[in-house]
Design a protein around this ligand. Structure first.
Ligand code: FES
Length: 114
């Protein structure tokens, strides 16, 4: 699963919403913010497994639908007094097509390939 994988168009995801992609690492949630920022995290809250794809997207963060922990979509780090981190994946948008591309590469493998 190295490299970039096309997973659909930006317009397939509602603003302030998410859609899920099944991967060898489990479900990955791909988010679209109000200003069309695209982010990807595992679709599993590190607290008790809540589906982050069903959370509330605000700015570049998502609030877990189960117990309201807030995670940065950029870093995956929990905000405020909460502790925890959700795994984030690299995404990019191909400008001519508007397609979203997802990378599942481990950071170590990315470094090794450069
Ligand atoms: S499962 Fe996400 S905050 Fe509890």
């Amino acid at each position: 699963m190295t490299g970039w994988h096309r997973i659909g168009a930006v317009t397939d995801i509602p603003r302030r919403g998410a859609r899920c992609v099944l991967t060898p690492f489990g479900r990955v949630a791909v988010f679209r913010t109000a200003n069309d920022g695209i982010f990807a995290t595992e679709d599993r809250c590190p607290h008790k497994g809540g589906p982050l794809s069903q959370g509330i997207v605000h700015d570049a963060s998502v609030t877990c639908p189960l117990h309201n922990m807030v995670f940065s979509l950029e870093s995956g780090i929990a905000a405020g007094p909460d502790e925890g981190r959700v795994r984030v994946f690299a995404v990019r948008v191909d400008p001519p097509t508007g397609d979203i591309e997802l990378s599942l590469d481990e950071p170590a493998l990315v470094l090794a390939a450069e």
